[in-house]
Design a protein around this ligand. Structure first.
Ligand SMILES: NC(=O)C1=CN([C@@H]2O[C@H](COP(=O)(O)OP(=O)(O)OC[C@H]3O[C@@H](n4cnc5c(N)ncnc54)[C@H](OP(=O)(O)O)[C@@H]3O)[C@@H](O)[C@H]2O)C=CC1
Ligand SMILES: CC(C)(CO)C(=O)C(=O)O
Length: 319
């Protein structure tokens, strides 16, 4: 069984496809209302043309609000957890599940958040669990309480555990990796997940805040030399921070960022979507983390800092 915490865009995508391919899934929502709707209606995954790609009925999976974790987890302890909330919810999730975590060396937690900082926080809270950082280029967008649009298929890289932990890796492959592959996800294990996370961090740190400030789709960033100039400025500051920390980077990353804009040209970035919904964004875990890394290394990242503050200020509702 795989426990998925967070029934948003990614959580519904993974829960829906894993359940449809026969994996037992226990899905944890924030609210009782959402759990009830999913139990009644099941999960529907639409493709980008609006056709139903996957539908699982509610009786095929277990679904409960995370507030019930203590009670239900004591009856059937979670063994493999996929954490699919945003960065901003992690503290709350840790509080809700920690008292009954019953974490031992066998519990694995796969974390798919954009940004950085969360892995250290979770390891600190659950030193006994094995935390698997992951990076995904899947594109999922919430449509309703129990449905999402799978806007683009991507690749999911999951950090493998330490060398010499063969038994643990075999177990992970059998219980998680193979189930994800059977559900049709393009997943691989990576020994360089940190590098993958820093690459993704830079992609998000360049694209997301600019789309959020200018209120443009990802592709529109490439339509004006001034926009490209600002992207390059954010990129160069980010690279300077990575160099100061001795983090490996590649020249090809700039072209990759442009390619992400082309490949997701019609999409609203997640940060723009959050700003439009007046929700909390992940800017603190993306640009904010880069600024803090710059501070620690004695360099500056002024454009990231300004955008971080501008976007933090946007979520305050007016009036
Ligand atoms: N969507 C995508 O395509 C991609 C997303 N990511 C990353 O994945 C992470 C999740 O993104 P995404 O799925 O889009 O985000 P969503 O906001 O769509 O989903 C997050 C879900 O977490 C739920 N949640 C919040 N707090 C709790 C809690 N205490 N207990 C249980 N559930 C909770 C929310 O519930 P509620 O709605 O009730 O508030 C929501 O359903 C982010 O870090 C994002 O950057 C990475 C790559 C692609
Ligand atoms: C890659 C990108 C920018 C795609 O929209 C993304 O991950 C996001 O919106 O958070």
């Amino acid at each position: 069984m795989i426990d998925i915490i967070g029934a948003g865009s990614l959580g519904l995508l993974f829960a829906g496809r894993l359940s449809a391919s026969g994996t037992k899934v226990r899905l944890w929502t924030r609210t009782l209302e959402q759990a009830r709707v999913i139990a009644r209606e099941g999960i529907t995954v639409f493709d980008k043309e609006g056709q139903t790609a996957v539908h699982v009925s509610g009786d095929k999976l277990k679904v409960a609000p995370l507030a019930d974790w203590q009670r239900l987890n004591s009856q059937a302890p979670a063994r493999w957890i996929m954490l699919m909330t945003k960065q901003g919810a992690i503290e709350e999730v840790l509080e809700q599940i920690q008292p009954a975590a019953q974490m031992d060396r066998d519990t694995g937690i796969v974390c798919l958040q954009n940004g950085i900082g969360h892995i250290e926080r979770i390891r600190q809270a659950w030193p006994e669990a094995v935390v698997y950082p992951a990076v995904t280029t899947e594109g999922a967008k919430r449509q309703g309480v129990a449905s999402i649009v799978h806007a683009g298929s991507g690749v999911t890289e999951i950090g493998s555990s330490e060398e010499g932990e063969e038994a643990k890796n075999n177990n992970f492959n059998q219980c998680v990796l193979n189930q994800l592959l059977a559900a049709g996800f393009d997943v691989c294990l990576s020994k360089e997940i940190e590098n993958g996370m820093y690459r993704k961090l830079l992609i998000n740190a360049v694209i997301n805040p600019l789309t959020a400030v200018w209120r443009v789709r990802n592709g529109e960033l490439l339509s004006d030399p001034i926009r490209i100039h600002m992207m390059r400025r954010l990129y160069d500051e980010g690279i300077q921070v990575y160099e100061a920390h001795g983090i490996h980077w590649e020249n090809a990353w700039w072209e990759q960022i442009m390619n992400v804009c082309r490949a997701t040209a019609e999409n609203h970035s997640s940060m723009l979507a959050d700003v439009l919904a007046q929700s909390m964004t992940e800017v603190a875990s993306i640009n904010g983390q880069l600024v803090q890394m710059a501070d620690r290394a004695g360099v500056t990242a002024p454009t990231h800092e300004v955008l971080w503050q501008l976007i933090e200020g946007m979520r305050l509702k007016e009036g």
